[in-house]
Ligand binder design. Structure first.
Ligand code: GLC
Length: 485
């Protein structure tokens, strides 16, 4: 199949979170299965600074009767991918760092969606599938049905929800900017709770919708996790248009036996390098050297989604068990302040690195004993998989993809209630296991031998694409804006 794969972030070119890891690795797995994939993303300045395009094509994008713009498609071949970088109106040309990726805003994403479709026409490359990711790309499925004079009628579309909490809500003038009729401002099409909702719109118009773990696909049909779209999610599920596909990770890149960021490499057959990586990590971060103390690690955006409220609430209890604790991440000021306070209160035992540091992250996955991820919700979560592959045993809350990937007592420690007490209990179980060498060795071994590669999930995406194509051919004669199509 020919797949146009659209994401606002793609590792290693631009990365804010897990979306980039998926967008940089799933296309490789699909290519390995014989598909032709073009990864379309904004032409951020930092990408054009480092990679030179093989070709650049100019074309015109007509947004609405008052706005016609020039756009350029830069085709870059790098890291095994064919990247289509879309430039125009100066929307992305000022972006020099990953941290700035999400500054452009609504009009930039509307323009991008239209331009990505025009780029296919300009190069005479027609995909079989347009695969959009998250709310930023939500208008791709919409514009394919509403504006192109039927040119996209036969092309199927899919959207993947990486996090339902971010939906992209804007005013009704969005319709004018996108050149769409006002009549689409209704709850069956683009409107939701008094706003134009990008993610919801993408889900209504796409032939198939998925999220990034089977468990999260169930959870988002409930009021607790549905972020006001639980009704729509349940509806799509009943129609066979919503499913969960567990993320994979790039097991070649995330391999402790070859990872260049680790001071000493190691494998499940020889863990001596893990012990050395652990000692060096403690030294690097100025922690008291103590081989008997369990070393706990966190690599995360600082937010209560990721459970910092629970970790901070349980910190005294956990440190009272003799643990050392490393946190790497940036984000909400309350968590950062609390972590700084703990660092001052427990010198040599707590280290908070307030930074976005991909290389240090690898050393934390490699050098720690226990990885903490007590998320309030977690569509899939990649950190727990990276940690397990590096022999670092996770403590997780039983939610989303964490529940699908971590099993109590086999590959980690799992708790249910969102309380510091339950999280502290689970961490205490992990620390007790750590102090029993036989139990620990078995846990580490089981973690390291789990299969987190893309192989089975890439096949699941293939099956979803086939269902999208079938849905498209059935829907062709029906009204495109109808969710019942
Ligand atoms: C988002 C989710 C995370 C998921 C990632 C990739 O960052 O919060 O759970 O693993 O997307 O799909």
């Amino acid at each position: 199949m020919r797949i146009l794969f659209a994401s606002a972030e793609v590792a290693p070119f631009a990365k804010v979170g897990g979306l980039a890891d998926v967008a940089g690795s799933l296309p490789l797995a699909l290519q390995a299965r014989g598909h032709e994939v073009k990864v379309v993303m904004p032409a951020y300045q930092m990408i054009l600074d480092r990679w030179s395009p093989q070709r650049s094509i100019d074309f015109e994008v007509r947004m609405n009767p008052y706005w016609t713009a020039r756009a350029t498609l830069h085709e870059v071949h790098a890291e095994g991918l064919t990247l289509w970088l879309i430039e125009g109106c100066g929307f992305f040309s000022g972006i020099g760092r990953s941290e700035e990726v999400y500054t452009p805003g609504r009009d930039a994403y509307l323009f991008f969606a239209q331009a990505a479709l025009e780029a296919c026409l300009a190069t005479e490359w027609t995909p079989d599938i347009v695969h959009a990711h998250d709310w930023h790309m939500g208008f791709l499925p919409v514009l394919m049905r509403e504006t192109r004079g039927g040119r996209w009628e036969g092309v199927a579309s899919c959207i993947t929800i990486h996090n339902l909490a971010y939906q992209g809500e804007f005013g009704p003038d969005t319709l004018e900017v996108a050149g769409l009729p006002k009549s689409l401002y209704n709850m069956h099409a683009l409107e939701t709770y008094g706003a134009v909702n990008f993610l919801k719109s993408g889900c209504v118009y796409a032939d198939q919708v998925n999220t990034v773990s089977p468990n999260y696909a169930q959870e988002i049909q409930t009021g607790e996790y549905g972020c006001r779209l639980d009704g729509l999610m349940g509806y799509l599920y009943d129609q066979g248009r919503l499913r969960g596909i567990l993320n994979g990770i790039n097991v070649h890149h995330h391999n402790p036996a070859t990872d260049p960021d680790l001071p000493v490499n190691f494998s499940v057959d020889d863990l001596s390098g893990k012990a050395a990586s652990r000692t060096q990590l403690m030294e690097e971060l100025g922690l008291d050297p103590d081989t008997n103390a369990p070393l706990l690690g966190v690599v995360s955006r600082l937010s209560n989604q990721k459970g910092f409220d629970l970790m901070i609430g349980a910190a005294d209890r956990i440190l009272g068990m003799g643990a050392r604790w490393i946190v790497l991440g940036t984000g909400d000021p309350w968590s950062a302040g609390e972590l700084r306070r703990l660092e001052a209160q427990y010198p040599g035992r707590v280290r908070f690195v307030e930074a976005f540091d991909v290389s240090l992250a690898q050393r934390i996955y490699g050098g720690c004993d226990i990885f903490l991820m007590p998320s309030a919700f977690e569509p899939c979560g990649l950190g727990q998989m990276f940690a397990m592959r590096y022999g670092t045993v996770p403590v997780v809350r039983q939610t989303g993809g964490l529940a699908d990937t971590v099993k109590e007592g086999e590959t980690g420690f799992v708790f249910t209630e969102r309380t510091a007490e339950e999280f502290g209990d689970a961490t205490a179980r992990a620390i007790a296991a750590f102090r029993d060498p036989d139990t620990w060795q078995k846990l580490v071994h089981t973690c390291m031998t789990q299969d987190f590669s893309w192989s089975s999930s890439a096949q699941a995406y293939e099956a979803m694409y086939a269902d999208a194509v079938a849905h498209r051919s059935n829907a062709r004669t029906e009204h495109p804006a109808s969710v019942t199509s």
